[in-house]
Structures are given as C-alpha cells and as structure tokens.
Write a protein that binds this ligand. Structure first.
Ligand SMILES: Cc1ncc(COP(=O)(O)O)c(C=O)c1O
Length: 396
C-alpha cells in the first residue's frame, strides 16, 4: 500500500481528496475494494505497516439534508450522516475492517465479540471474508431478529447468553483471555481507529469545514471516544483549524454516562439498562475513560432522551424516506432537546450521525405503526377487489 510521506495537513488533504475522487472508479473492479473504501482512504491515520487488507468496501456514506427533520430538530443547518449505508447496515464495519485486518496480519486463529447485534453482524461478515472462525456472545431474547440473522447467515458460532450485554462482554473477555481468541469489541483499539473515519469522511465531504456540533448516539462509548480522537488528531495535523463540539446522546434508561457528566465526571456509574433502543442498552460502558477525554477535549456535552423521544425522532427520519434503527434516532432526538434547552443555537450547524439501517429492527417499526396514536401508518388488509381499493383511495 503506498503511503503519504508528507504528513502536513495540506499534503494529507490532497492525498485523501485524490483517493476520494478515484473511489467510484475502483468500485466493482477486481482488487478495487481498498481503493473504493471510505475507511482505507485515510490509511495513514489508522493502521501502520503493510500486509493483506480486508475491505468490503465500506464507508463513503452520504450526508442527507431533509427539511422535515431540520424543522423537527429545530436547526436549519442539519446534516444526517447515514452510517446505516455500510455493507452490513451499521457503522461497525468501519472499525471491523481495521480490527480484522490487524488480526489477520498478526496471525489470529479466531475472533470473538459480545454484542447488542450490530457488532456481531459486522464481525461475522468480516471474519467470513478473512476465512477466520468467529464466536459471538449476544443477550438471549434481547437482540433484534435481523441482526441475529446476519451473524447466523455469515457463519459465526452464535451463543445466546442468559444475561444482559454487560454479562456477555464479561464472558467474552474471559473466553478471549483463556481460549486465545482475538477480542473485537470496541475496547480493541483498532476498532476505534477505524471508527475515526466517520468524522474524517464527514469533514472531507464538507470540504474540511467543520460543523459546530456532531451528535452521536452513545452506548459503550466507542464512537464518542473515536470522534474525539479523530477531531484532535485532525486539528493537530492541520486538516481542520477548529474542533466541533461532540453531543453524546444516551437513552434515558441506559444513561450512566449522562449521569456521570452531571457530576463533572467525578463519579462513574453502572446501571441496569432498559430501553427500546436495543443497540444502546448498555449499563456499564466499556470505553468510559476514553469518552470522558473526548467530551472534555471537544467541550462536548452528554444528554439523555426518553424512549418516546427516540421513537418520535425515528418516525420523522423514517417518514422523510431515510429511515434508521431506533438507537440512531437518539442523535436527532438529542439535538432537538439541546436546541430546546438552549445548549445548541438554532443558527448553528449540526451533523447528526445515524448509526444503523431501518431494516435492522423491523419489529419496532411495526409495533410503532400498528399502535394507536397520531402519525401512525397502519397497513390495511383488504379483499383482492378493486372496489375496496377505490373506497380506501376516496377516504384518504
Ligand atoms: C446502531 C447503533 N447505534 C449506536 C451504538 C452505540 O455505539 P457506541 O457503543 O460506540 O457508543 C451501537 C452499538 O452497538 C449501535 O449498534
């Protein structure tokens, strides 16, 4: 892999921009996966050294702008960076391509992770690509069917643990220490390196002009950690001249980090987590310390939103034709709350990250739209008869 010998901001920007322009030509060509990847474009800032590189390719996700979502959130300048458009439907692919590549280069014999669903789906896909056996620990009965199906379909040995995510992570850590399998949760530093590219790519898409704020859903806090690291490195390298503030948003029923923020991070909390947003149902965030650093370094904030607020935001994002999984909508729900409480100004620019695809959790969509309430879109069963269709069309 050719590297960039000059690491000044100006030279790196030129290299990254040249690779971005060439990416679409590389897509679909034999051996073009690395050149087409929105992660490996930033290779100088991720993984030192050379060797085999496992890319699907991933990244290169769009930033949507939709009037209805901006109005709902209360900021005119709102971009939605949609990480659900990665190969396995979530941002996890960005960290996984780097962590699995590192594991392969260092001769791993098998990989393992604990997951609320998306990590296992992603790890299973990249392990299959690398030809490595994969071991997955997920909380039994607490994972969306689509995500479980992905891990199973991609061939991972899937263990349904009678316990919550935090129990799964404890078990997985023990297993990886005692059984010699490589742990690929976000405590693996190479996952964080890959996830930095969500921010780097967003900055590049904006012509290296940072927004005022970046809002991100927060569970185990891998992204919160990665975003702070990416921003501080980008400023130190001269890729950007000012650092956006991070708004990390938790679900109210799983908000130990938001509680800790309120104490100025003097205390760390662990809670029994419960929320409709299963991807962030985490009571003891593994990357707490690194995330504290990120929030402090970016003058960031941590906020929590209720399940009702998350589902209301999701309905607006979905109805705009974009769609996302429940945890993702926490970012937009959080922006709305922070605008209403005066923390984010209505005239400021915000990029909210949507972390997962709408199809990841179809059960929640159907539960929401078949319940009574305003703005629901209940599917209607009819006879196979044009008169029935005509009656409905007239009524609506
Ligand atoms: C869709 C989705 N959003 C948000 C998160 C939380 O990210 P983090 O653990 O990096 O805070 C996850 C993690 O599983 C996720 O799958």
């Amino acid at each position: 892999m050719r590297q960039c010998p000059d690491r000044s901001g100006h030279a790196l920007r030129a290299v990254f921009d040249r690779r971005a322009a060439a990416a679409s030509l590389a897509r679909g060509h034999a051996g073009g996966e690395v050149a087409a990847s929105g992660v490996w474009r930033f290779r100088e800032l991720l993984l030192p050294g050379t060797g085999p590189t496992l890319a699907h390719p991933e990244g290169d996700t769009p930033i949507y702008r939709r009037e209805a979502v901006s109005r709902f959130a209360g900021v005119a300048d709102l971009g939605l960076k949609h990480e659900g458009q990665n190969p396995t439907g979530s941002f996890k692919d960005r960290g996984m391509t780097v962590a699995v590549t590192h594991a392969v280069r260092f001769g791993a014999s098998a990989v393992a992770c604990a997951s609320t669903g998306n990590t296992s789906a992603s790890m299973a896909a990249y392990a299959a690509h690398a030809g490595l056996p994969a071991l997955v620990f997920v909380p039994a009965g607490k994972i969306a069917a689509g995500k479980l199906a992905q891990a199973v379909a991609y061939g991972a040995r899937t263990l349904l643990v009678r316990g919550d995510f935090d129990a799964c992570l404890r078990l997985c850590r023990e297993a990886s220490e005692k059984l010699g399998v490589t742990l690929l949760n976000s405590i693996n530093p190479w996952r964080i390196e890959g996830q930095k590219t969500i921010v780097l790519e967003m900055l590049q898409q904006r012509g290296w002009q940072p927004p005022d704020w970046i809002a991100v859903p927060a569970g185990a806090l891998g992204n919160t950690s990665a975003f702070g690291k990416a921003l501080i490195e980008a400023r130190e390298l001269g890729l950007i001249d000012r650092v956006p503030r991070i708004a990390a948003i938790q679900a109210a029923g799983a908000s130990p980090f938001a509680r800790s923020f309120k104490t100025g991070f003097r205390k760390r909390y662990r809670v029994a987590a419960e929320t409709v947003a299963t991807a962030i149902r985490i009571g003891d965030p593994a990357s707490h310390d690194r995330a504290v650093w990120s929030i402090r370094e970016t003058r960031g904030v941590v906020e929590k939103v209720t399940d009702a607020e998350i589902l209301a935001a999701k309905a607006v994002i979905d109805a705009a034709g974009i769609g996302c999984e429940p945890a993702s909508a926490a970012s937009v729900a959080g922006v709305r709350k922070l605008v209403r409480t005066g923390v984010i100004g209505a005239g400021e620019s915000v990029v909210a990250v949507l972390t997962g695809h709408v199809l990841k959790d179809a059960e929640i969509v159907m539960k929401y739209h078949t319940a009574p309430g305003r703005g629901r879109n209940r599917p209607l069963e009819i006879d196979a008869d044009l008169r029935a269709v005509a009656r409905l069309v007239r009524r609506s």
